[in-house]
Design a protein. Structure first.
Length: 134
């Protein structure tokens, strides 16, 4: 979901302890990004073999989604049964936004691609993909 650009204010209806009121205006001017076509595999993969994660990083330009090349995408992994994610590495997307990262399969778990934005863009996270390691 992208947040529309423009000026934003918060409103609080108040309570018995606080008066109602508005916040100061804030100008929001950051473009949405997203990761499409994310896949980690093969599924299943043998322990010690290669897991490859791929996807395409895109940014919103006007009303169209366009390739967002030359940006760093991080690969995160969460082992089966665990709650926390670990960063497995990162790669730069090519000029067409495509990225490919390779890792050694150690254990079952879920992979995700993440773009950590700076400046005039919003962070993006891919769909999650579970890989069975045998």
């Amino acid at each position: 979901m992208s947040v529309p650009k423009g000026y934003w204010r918060l409103y609080s209806a108040g309570s018995s302890d606080y008066r109602s009121g508005y916040s100061d205006s804030v100008h929001f001017n950051r473009a949405a990004t997203r990761i499409t076509g994310f896949d980690a595999g093969p599924e299943a993969v043998r322990k010690g073999h290669t897991v490859t994660s791929t996807g395409i990083l895109r940014r919103l330009s006007g009303t169209k989604w366009v390739a967002f090349g030359k940006q760093r995408v991080y690969s995160l992994f969460r082992a089966k049964g665990k709650k926390s994610w670990t960063r497995s590495g990162s790669v730069k997307a090519d000029s067409h936004g495509h990225f490919t990262a390779r890792f050694t399969a150690e254990q079952d778990g879920t992979w995700v691609g993440v773009y950590l934005a700076s400046g005039s863009y919003v962070d993006a996270e891919s769909d999650h993909d579970y890989v069975d390691v045998r």
